[in-house]
Structure formats: C-alpha cells, structure tokens
Write a protein that binds this ligand. Sequence first.
Ligand SMILES: N[C@@H](CCC(=O)N[C@@H](CS)C(=O)NCC(=O)O)C(=O)O
Length: 338
Amino acid sequence: MKRISIAIAAGAILAFGATAASAGTLDQVKQRGSLACGSNSGLTGFGIPDDKGQWTGLDVDFCRAVAAAVLNDPTKVKFIPLTAKDRFTALQSGEVDVLARNGTWTLSREADLGLLFAAVNYYDGQGFMVRKKLNVNSALELNGASICVQQGTTTELNLADYFRSNNMKYEGVVFANVDDVIKAYDTSRCDAFTTDVSQLYGERIKLVNPDEHVVLPEVISKEPLGPAVRQGDDQWFDIVKWTHFAMINAEELGVTKANVDDKLKSDDPSIRRLLGVEGDFGKGMGLTKDWAYHIIKAVGNYGEAFERNVGEGSKLKIKRGLNNLWSKGGIQYAAPVR
Ligand SMILES: N[C@@H](CCC(=O)N[C@@H](CS)C(=O)NCC(=O)O)C(=O)O
C-alpha cells in the first residue's frame, strides 16, 4: 500500500512539474504584463536596435504583434538578445516566451530540443558572399576556398553537405560570435562568407565597403525561418501561429494598418470575422475577439511588415519572392479564421 501511494505521489509531482514548466505561458505573460521575446540583437531587417535604442525588424514586429494580440499593447515586449548558440536553451528554460530570431525550422530542433515552430515568417535559403575582385561567379568555383561561418547554425551543417556532395574541399573558419565572423571575412581571413541569403544582405551593410562584395547565385538549402515556442502549451502555440496567420489573412483581404478602422464597417464576412466584428474567434485562445484588429492596428499586415523591414521601404530592398502571398506567386498561405 505504502509503495503504491508513493508511486502515485511521485506521478502527481511529475505531472504537476510538467504542467508548471511548460503550460500557462499566456497567463504568465499577462501576469508579468510583458512578452519576453528572444531576439537577434544585430541583424538588420530582422532584429536590431536603432540609434535611439528602438528595436526594429521583421522578427521584432512579429513579437510586437503577439504582444498586441495578448496584452492589447505592442510596446509591452522585452527583447532579450540571444546569439545563435544560446537561443534554444533560453527558450527551453523559460527565459523567453517566444523565440523570433531568424531560426530555421528543422526536425531535430522540434523533436530533440522539445520545441515547436509555429509558423514561417520568412522563407529563406543559404548562400555565399565573396569579394568581387576574386572573380568568382558561382559557388561551384569555391573548391579549396576558406569560408567564414557561424557555429551553432544550420549554415555550418549545410556548408559541409554542399561541399561533400559536390566533391569539393573547403577550410571552415568558424566562430561562435557573428561579429567575429564578419570581421574575419572583412579582413580577408576567408574567401567567402556563408549564411542565409537574407542575412548576407543584412550583414553586408556592416562591411567597410559593401559594394565590393557580391552574393553568388546558388541557394544551397531550404531555410524556413520562424518563431518557435516550447512544446507542451498548445494554447500558446496557437496564439503565436495565429498571429502570423492573422497578418497573412489581413494582407490577402486588403486590411492594412491605415485602413483597419474603416474595415470594421466592411460587409465582407472574412474581414468581419478577422477583426472580431462577427463571431468570437479569440475566445478559444484565451484572447479578446478583437485580437487580430490589435495586431493589424499595431504592426500592419504581413506585406507591410515585410516591405518596411526587409523590402522596398528598407535598406535591404529584398524582393517578396517566395514570401509573397500564395495568390501572387509566393508560398505564404494562412488557414482561414472561421
Ligand atoms: N537560420 C540559421 C542561421 C541563423 C543565425 O543564427 N545566423 C547567424 C548569422 S547572420 C546570426 O544571426 N548570428 C547572430 C548572432 O549570433 O548574434 C539557423 O537557424 O541556424
């Protein structure tokens, strides 16, 4: 008898332990009054504070959108700078509620690290940058090259795969810190720099003479970048996922930061549901019915966030490409609000 009750008690503690550690993120965020967002702290277009200490970027805006949905206030976000190496542990340990930091969705990051990627807010792929004066026109001409790469990234692994499958050799010049990678490349300690293509454009700006460098045409991997959460809290997973979907649906329906108030009067049933004029689609997630209205009012739709941070309205001038809506030749597609 005694044994059984000890076993039951232990089971109860385990079950309780699991719940306390993982579930209830929404309540924790509400109680704290702010969202802890794991961010990149130096990546133009995705996550970086400007001269006035104001955080900017596509991932930064994503966290603001989550805060708008949950706390009705996009400013209630604490951005926690995380390097490539320490980002997943910070999410696992509960230091951050969401990790929105140019992270690639992979099987092992979900199944082995106990995480879930909630959406893809930027479809990317890995590329190479070289000095123009090297006269290299293709990554296939890089046999024997030295290549600067950051540790703890998918980049490091894809680099090895690419050279192996093309029967080429390279010398990896590897650093844990991105600034060291950039410095090494900029001072010619390596012939090429490799990372996700969006990041090549973001990092090129930091070089002494950005115009002296060129991004090679090959894209050697799939890098679906998106926000991640811990496993074990389905409600929170839904909130993060539907934040992205709300931004995509808003773009598809022509709802923008500027016209969202007018759209409250729209007769279109899809717009009425999205903005909470008809039905209550926030309730099931523990949110108010106008959760998506707050997102759009705060950061705009996905297209607006893209253009402002990485597209035509930014220094990067990246084309929408794969990140265009599915109805406009891209692959951004959201499930419907109904
Ligand atoms: N998407 C890839 C690469 C992401 C990544 O961390 N890239 C580097 C190179 S630009 C970076 O952001 N470093 C910034 C830092 O560690 O502070 C991944 O998830 O592994």
